[in-house]
Design a protein around this ligand. Structure first.
Ligand code: ZN
Length: 457
């Protein structure tokens, strides 16, 4: 059996791993490279396998860095089945067409501004390509073994990262390979926690937080302080949020704080059509919910849409927020402030000291979110310069990735060490550092995977 790392090696995007047992080629995740140009350009370079030769794609979860290359891969000749959990399949219906629209907008913008190196700039894929590839998806329930060939099968187990997220256990001729995908934290607010794994011959492990720990803070307490301060200043709290997962988690916590009367009832504007649609998916997949969310649902069948929440779908509705002067909470995508409606709100509000910008997730290198969290004093948005006067807060305890201590704790459940552990999905330092920690703590063979490397298992 051969395993090739075709992406997410020394970086956090473009997850693509290829398994080849001599009979079959199976791709694990088909992610888009995102972020600075040096990564994005990889979406245009050789994939590392002929798409027509791949029989099946197994997806860990719906995030674009794990699934966002699918439409392009199909366009390049992939005709096989895409297997993922039912909730992931539903979320992809929101995420892939949206990703296509961004690709199309980027290409149009590059052509208009004439900063393209290819004439004319083309999108990686169109919305039509996205809808087309969605027809290749076949949902598979958690824990159900699915045959891929002789003595070759897999099953999904819970990763506790976002709704529908899975780890993949692949068995081939008596060997077991586990792909963690993105691994969630042990106690989740709205979804079930990651399953424990006790054995693997080979482990492909994510390392986003391989060299960092989450803040040791009481999330609800910190959120209370941030909201009380902004409200007493008469300011707005602007939350750049990922439409799927973090937004719903935040709504859940805000609702709890309101009901516990720890914060005043501020209007909450959910300025993201995708986040609104995702709520419906969360409501449909109740068996994936945490016990707390389950309990809340018993007394309210729409736990995320409580009276303070206003769902804004259209651009016109979004624009009405510009004139809003009373304290309120605006939740808007994208989570790292790389694009989307949040940029308009930032332009409008970042230079007012009464306001707060609250980041609630990992901020990748090169993003506006990272610059702001790192304390930049002036930020460039849509060609204009804006003084950063608003208070910048970073609440990474809401992150949906396990930090290195949580990963080490999760690894403790292994009864014996895997023969080899490969670290993927982490910036260079993070993967290196986690490999060292695993070796020091448990004496395992662990090392970062290299881009385009093939290993014999
Ligand atoms: Zn993810």
């Amino acid at each position: 059996m051969k395993l090739s790392f075709l992406g997410a090696a020394q970086t956090v995007t473009g997850s693509r791993h290829l398994l080849d047992n001599g009979d079959q080629k199976v791709l694990i995740d088909c992610g888009l490279f995102q972020g600075p140009r040096i990564w994005k350009d990889r979406n245009w370079s050789e994939f590392g396998v002929d798409p027509a030769d791949v029989r099946v794609i197994l997806l860990t979860h719906a995030h674009i860095d794990h699934a966002g290359f699918l439409p392009r891969f199909a366009k390049m000749g992939f005709h096989g089945a895409i297997l993922c959990t039912p909730a992931t399949a539903e979320l992809l219906k929101l995420l892939l067409p949206d990703s296509a629209r961004l690709q199309e907008e980027d290409a149009a913008f590059a052509n208009k501004k004439k900063y393209t190196r290819h004439e004319p700039a083309l999108p990686l894929y169109t919305e039509e390509d996205a809808w087309k590839v969605l027809r290749q998806i076949q949902p598979v329930d958690f824990y159900k073994p699915v045959s891929l060939g002789r003595e070759f099968y897999f099953s999904f187990i819970r990763a506790g990262h976002i709704l529908g997220s899975a780890m993949i256990e692949v068995h081939n001729a008596g060997q077991k390979i586990v792909f963690t995908g993105d691994l969630g934290r042990p106690s989740q607010f709205i979804i079930k926690s990651p399953d424990l794994v006790s054995s693997a011959d080979f482990l492909v492990l994510e390392s986003t937080y391989g060299n960092r720990l989450h803040q040791q803070v009481d999330v609800k307490q910190k959120l209370t302080e941030i909201i009380l301060r902004a409200a007493s200043n008469g300011g707005t709290i602007l939350v750049p949020a990922f439409a799927i997962g973090r937004t719903q988690e935040l709504l859940f916590l805000l609702r709890q704080l309101e009901e516990e009367q720890r914060i005043p009832q501020l209007p909450i504007y959910m300025d993201s059509p995708m986040a609104i649609d995702a709520i419906a998916v969360y409501d449909r997949y109740q068996k994936d919910a945490s016990t707390e969310l389950e309990a809340l649902r018993l007394r309210d069948s729409t736990p995320f849409l409580f009276p303070a929440v206003h769902a804004l779908r259209t651009v016109e509705q979004s624009m009405t927020l510009n004139d809003m002067v009373n304290p309120c909470i605006i939740i808007s995508s994208s989570g790292m402030a790389t694009g989307g409606r949040i940029l308009h709100h930032l332009k409008r509000r970042i230079s007012d000291h009464r306001n707060t910008v609250l980041f609630i997730g990992f901020q990748a290198e090169g993003t506006k979110g990272r610059l702001l969290v790192d304390g930049i004093r002036e930020i460039r948005i849509h060609g204009g310069e804006y003084k950063v006067e608003a208070k910048i807060e970073y609440l990474d305890a809401l992150s949906c990735h396990a930090d290195y201590e949580e990963i080490l704790l999760w690894l403790k459940n292994f009864q014996k060490p895997p023969r080899q552990t490969f670290l993927v999905h982490g910036e260079q330092e993070a993967s290196r550092s986690l490999a060292d920690k695993i070796t020091q703590s448990y004496g395992w063979n662990a090392r970062p995977a290299q881009y385009q490397e093939t290993v014999e298992l």
